[in-house]
Design a protein around this ligand. Structure first.
Ligand SMILES: Nc1nc2c(ncn2[C@@H]2O[C@H](COP(=O)(O)OP(=O)(O)OP(=O)(O)O)[C@@H](O)[C@H]2O)c(=O)[nH]1
Ligand SMILES: [Mg+2]
Length: 325
């Protein structure tokens, strides 16, 4: 049973109060001992927000676009939360500072909430924290959640996949379409934005992306739109918002939204079980014992499979002993 202070923080967070909400998000990020109770309370009330991932190479204009998208959603009367995930070292901090400057025009609007998250611990942890942060924002009543990530590695793609719908932001510079395919961005894009269309080659880049899309085996009825944008001038932003909303309608009508969310929750569930199993294992088998077994493998006295089996056996024996206590 959560104590009074926790209960108070939960109810004020659910009511959408900004200061408690910010505190709640810090609890999630820092894995505060009471974060579990908070997350349970939020999870019950989540599932209403539409989560949009904005990903693409560094400097493509994602933060600029997110700022404009948030403004466009606000003028449509929707409340918006922005989660800017910065995969760079927490010590650099440069990108986050830049984002704050860029998003400053959203400040003061009670219908917008901006949160930057830096990498802490493992990248798997970052995807988990992002999903949890979104649950809290969702429960707090934000209707659209924009998640910005740099799409450069597998782990960043995992963060992008915490969204219901994903827009991949590219720039006209030649070769970007190919880059996107290599980086696995083609597979996750529901919408493409060719940003910085004030530069040469935007039409060519859009054509290259469309051609690449046509080469793929169709996996859905959804035809991935490729739109030009000049985020710094707010051009093409309304069209993008329209595409996201169309995609949401498409997903909702065909059961795709439920399927995507179910798959995402299955992944989260599995991650949590694996975490719990590993923690239980670590509790029961000491580091010294694991090292000793590793030594045996290194000396070729046991195969990795045999060693793993023995360690699991040891853990199971101690599990039984613990149950008899
Ligand atoms: N010419 C032009 N410049 C743009 C456009 N959109 C953004 N920029 C500029 O591109 C630079 C990078 O923009 P950001 O929005 O920080 O890009 P980002 O993708 O968020 O960057 P990271 O988060 O560091 O990966 C900034 O100097 C923007 O002003 C555009 O449509 N045209
Ligand atoms: Mg950015």
């Amino acid at each position: 049973m959560p104590d009074f202070a926790v209960q108070d923080l939960i109810s004020r967070t659910l009511a959408g109060e900004r200061v408690p909400l910010a505190r709640a998000l810090s609890w999630v990020e820092n894995e505060h001992p009471q974060a579990g109770a908070l997350l349970d309370a939020c999870f019950e009330r989540s599932g209403r927000a539409f989560r949009i991932g904005i990903t693409g190479p560094p400097g493509a204009g994602k933060s600029t676009l997110v700022t404009q998208l948030a403004k466009a959603y606000r003028s449509r009367g929707e409340t918006v939360a922005v989660v800017a995930v910065d995969p760079t070292s927490p010590f650099s901090g440069g990108a986050l500072l830049g984002d704050r400057v860029r998003m400053v025009e959203l400040a003061g609007d009670p219908g917008v909430f901006i949160r930057s998250m830096a990498t802490r611990g493992s990248m798997g942890g970052l995807a988990v924290h992002t999903a949890q942060v979104c649950d809290v924002l969702d429960a707090a009543g934000f209707q659209r959640i924009l998640i910005e990530t740099v799409g450069v590695g597998q782990s960043e793609l995992e963060v992008a996949q915490t969204a219901d719908s994903t827009v991949v932001v590219l720039v006209p510079e030649s070769g970007d379409g190919v880059q996107a395919m290599k980086a696995g961005l083609m597979e996750i894009a529901d919408v493409f934005a060719i940003n910085k269309a004030d530069r040469d080659g935007a039409d060519r880049a859009a054509f290259a992306v469309r051609s690449a899309l046509e080469l793929r085996a169709p996996t859905s009825e959804w035809v991935v739109p490729v739109e030009l944008a000049v985020a710094s001038r707010g051009q093409g932003v309304d069209t993008l918002v329209e595409r996201f909303e169309e995609h949401l309608r498409f997903l909702s009508a065909g059961g795709g939204l439920e399927r995507r969310r179910r798959q995402r929750l299955a992944q989260r569930l599995e991650d949590m079980v694996l975490d719990a199993m590993w923690a239980a294992f670590e509790d029961r088998v000491s580091d010294a014992e694991r090292q000793a077994m590793l030594d045996a493998v290194v000396r070729r006295e046991a195969t990795p499979r045999q060693a793993a089996e023995r360690l699991m056996h040891l853990a199971a024996e101690r599990d039984d002993a613990a149950l008899l206590d």
